[in-house]
Design a protein around this ligand. Structure first.
Ligand code: NDP
Length: 278
């Protein structure tokens, strides 16, 4: 029988993960089966247990179950350091009775920035907007890329201050949007869900340094509200989160199968023409 994997969420029909992992498996000549698993909102644990009993080897976890997946891994197994700091799990691996919980979102983001977008973070001033699950997952991998400064700004400033304290480094600052006045950054990452509601953010003029890159974790078939705003504020380069989605998937594949697939062919499958002419 082929090894079974799935993405678990609610809703799940829209997920691109089955297409991504099928393409990875074909490219790497790995015989595996990958499906979309709809769990009832109050039935995450039962659905995971049943999947494991049926021989399931691994899960990608998406909205709204990343916190429950964290609790599941903490109760039944172990967590990676980056999952521990994120307080959320997006990848589960099952080896018999053993469970490993990981978070590949942040490392996927950093890989997309540094490798696909040729934007090294070392020595750069980096700003993370938002302080929810996605921001929290990005925190440690961003810091490990050795930026000169890492600021976190959030609508509810206290949450950004709290996140910054988790890293406990002098170059890491948490604040509200008004505190961004007079600051400038080389890389500005939108990890808030503002673009979901097509809303702009209260960003000051001069926020983007010369040659700055604006990155929206949200991805869509058309440019997001944040990227349009960033362009109007003078960001020279912009990118959305499709690359992050692909890279977090490649990291999960690596955790399960021991090989990291090339994401470029799958990117051209999902987005044959570039969204932006940078
Ligand atoms: P959460 O619900 O955990 O957090 C939402 C955050 O957005 C909070 O900080 C909230 O601020 C802020 N926010 C919401 N609306 C607004 C607004 N109108 N103006 C300013 N701030 C706002 O969401 P997640 O962290 O899980 O997800 C955030 C985004 O990241 C989503 O767009 C999601 O699609 C994307 N994402 C992309 C991934 C990828 O692979 N590309 C992976 C994971 C997430 P406050 O605290 O004040 O409420």
């Amino acid at each position: 029988m082929m090894d079974r994997y799935a993405v678990i969420g609610n809703p799940i029909a829209h997920s691109k993960s089955p297409r991504i992992h099928a393409a990875f498996a074909a490219a790497e000549q790995q015989a595996l089966h990958y499906e979309a698993l709809l769990a009832p909102l109050d039935g995450f644990v039962v659905t995971v247990d049943t999947f494991r009993q049926q021989g399931g080897r691994g899960l990608n976890v998406t909205v709204p179950f990343k916190l429950e997946a964290f609790d599941y891994a903490r109760q039944h197994g172990t967590l990676t350091a980056r999952a521990e700091l994120a307080g959320a799990v997006n990848t589960l691996r099952f080896d018999g009775a053993q469970v490993l919980g990981d978070n590949t979102d942040g490392v996927g983001l950093v890989h997309d920035l540094q490798h696909n977008l040729a934007c090294p973070l070392s020595g750069k001033r980096v700003l993370l907007l938002g302080a929810g699950g996605a921001a929290r997952g990005a925190l440690l991998p961003l810091w490990q890329a050795q930026p000169a400064a890492l600021w976190i700004a959030n609508r509810t400033a206290d949450k950004a201050v709290h996140l910054a304290r988790l890293l406990n480094q002098p170059a890491v600052e948490g604040c509200g949007y008004p505190d961004l006045d007079g600051q400038h950054f080389d890389v500005v990452i939108n990890a808030s869900s503002s673009s979901l509601g097509a809303e702009t953010l209260p960003l000051p003029a001069g926020l983007f340094a010369p040659d700055a890159l604006a990155y929206d974790m949200m991805y869509a078939d058309t440019p997001t509200a944040f990227l349009l705003q960033a362009r109007s504020l003078g960001a020279s380069r912009v990118a959305d989160g499709l690359g992050m989605l692909l890279e977090q998937a490649a990291e999960a594949f690596l955790l399960w199968r021991g090989v990291r697939p090339d994401t470029a062919p799958v990117r051209s499958l999902l987005r044959p023409t570039p969204l932006w002419m940078n």
